[in-house]
Design a protein around this ligand. Structure first.
Ligand SMILES: [Zn+2]
Length: 240
């Protein structure tokens, strides 16, 4: 009970905008030098839950992961550590936002039992995973890919270098990334894969994002959020 005599109910609390700044204050952001504030702001601006983010660090390169030789960001799924890599600095801001959304999608992976609360319910999380599966199935049938990385991962899957779960996790992250940075492209890819299901997959992806961001009350607010982010991070390209 608080001073107004109201019981604390988690379901109600989750309807409020997440105080991401407060969460990030307890997260160590290190190695970025002068860009620390920019990185911190960018991670917060995405709006996805940060509950699993334990640290945010900047790394020279990834020595171990041979699958990802051109890696820009990574998430350690067990510890929640989010890493960005040196190559990221050379990219336009909109692409940096895309990498950030991609990595935060991994932090909120729908193929991990413990993440159900981030989706509001197990059912919501299952629904998100089913949508990823749907896209994955039609990717395998059509051999049409969201981007080069998606294609590369598919080849790795075929070669037995990665397992199905890794492919599903990456598919989820790439979908979310493109919903943030280039939804038109995502829609076109889905249409070329299968005209009949494309609209439904896009709608379900928005449902996924809305369940992860309950402070956005409807599809219009989600659209507005994503549009203003795209405008903000694209602006540097438009000032030449
Ligand atoms: Zn990834």
């Amino acid at each position: 009970m608080d001073e107004n005599g109201e019981s604390y109910r988690p379901a109600e609390a989750s309807r409020q905008a997440p105080r991401v700044t407060e969460i990030l204050h307890s997260v160590e952001v290190s190695g970025f030098g002068e860009r620390e504030a920019f990185i911190r702001r960018m991670v917060e601006s995405v709006g996805l839950p940060l509950n699993n983010v334990s640290r945010i660090t900047f790394r020279e390169s990834s020595a171990q992961d041979t699958i990802n030789s051109g890696v820009l960001g990574s998430v350690h799924l067990e510890t929640g550590e989010l890493s960005f890599y040196k190559r990221l600095e050379g990219l336009p801001e909109i692409a940096q936002l895309g990498v950030t959304a991609h990595e935060l999608a991994h932090e909120n992976d729908p193929h991990k039992k413990e993440n159900a609360s981030l989706y509001g319910s197990e059912q919501n999380m299952q629904r998100a995973a089913e949508n990823v599966k749907k896209l994955t199935n039609q990717t395998k049938e059509s051999k049409v890919f969201m981007n080069w990385y998606h294609k590369f991962l598919f080849q790795q899957l075929e070669a037995g270098n990665i397992d199905e779960t890794r492919f599903l996790r990456e598919t989820h992250a790439i979908m979310v990334e493109l919903r943030y940075t280039n939804p038109k492209h995502l829609e076109e890819v889905l249409k070329s894969q299968n005209k009949e299901t494309s609209a439904q997959i896009m709608t379900e992806l928005d449902t996924t994002l809305l369940s992860l961001m309950p402070h956005l009350r409807n599809k219009n607010e989600l659209e507005q959020h994503l549009l203003s982010l795209r405008q903000a991070y694209n602006s540097k390209l438009n000032t030449h």
